[in-house]
Design a protein around this ligand. Structure first.
Ligand code: MN
Length: 228
């Protein structure tokens, strides 16, 4: 096929124990899915339910490594998250069928320009510049369900230059993974290749150039980035 501009490269993510890679179609993210993080952001988790937003597919940084400190912010924040990788999709997926849609899981970072997000919230504007910038989604290799099962209670943690900043448990998620899949599929058709970031526990905070960020989830390994 002749194209008028070069065809963009399809982002892919390595898979633990396989030479084949996972192609990324879309990236969905859940906001305020841990009560203690909702509170630290000034929200009441008993009154507001979680919600979802998106990131462009090409902001994935497979396996982490060097990440350039983004322009137009002076308050870049880390958010460690369990990431779900779909092998099947559909609309109106019942919770009971949701786990069968999952290929595997990974450790992800939902990097956030917190200053731009606060401005957007104040003005009722969208979050794209706060959440969807270049290299805003570093991701570990994906572990297939066959190797890790469906993690729902392990530790999730993050450290900056060796000092722990975030530690929680997947059991603290307000919406479980099946509930998230059922919810998003009421609004859009999910499909193979979709990634879902499932929210972050408390302890988010700023990072600057030179910082080394390590994070991990029990049973899924670790992810490390160096901000440059
Ligand atoms: Mn997040």
């Amino acid at each position: 096929m002749e194209t008028v501009v070069p065809i963009p490269a399809l982002p892919t993510v390595p898979v633990h124990g396989a030479s084949a890679v996972f192609p990324v179609r879309r990236i969905y993210c859940i906001g305020r899915n841990y009560a203690d993080h909702a509170r630290e952001m000034g929200a009441d988790p008993n009154r507001e339910t979680p919600f979802f937003f998106g990131k462009p597919q090409d902001v994935v940084v497979p396996q982490g490594g060097k990440v350039a400190y983004p322009p137009a912010t002076s308050n870049l924040h880390h958010e460690v998250e369990l990431v779900v990788a779909l092998t099947r999709g559909g609309r109106d997926i019942p919770e009971a069928d949701a786990l069968a849609c999952i290929y595997g899981y990974a450790v992800g970072l939902d990097l956030t320009r917190r200053d731009l997000q606060a401005k957007a919230k104040d003005k009722g504007q969208p979050w794209d510049t706060a959440k969807g910038f270049d290299q805003s989604a570093p991701l570990s290799p994906i572990t297939p369900v066959a190797a890790c099962g469906h993690p729902d209670s392990g530790a999730i943690w993050l450290s900056v230059n060796g000092a722990e900043r975030q530690r929680g448990s997947l059991s603290q998620m307000i919406w479980s993974v099946p509930e998230i899949i059922a919810h998003i599929s009421k609004f859009v058709a999910l499909a193979p290749g979709d990634l879902i970031f499932t929210g972050t526990p408390a302890g988010v905070g700023p990072i600057v150039a030179g910082d080394r960020v390590r994070c991990g989830i029990d049973g899924l390994g670790e992810l490390e980035i160096l901000l440059v």
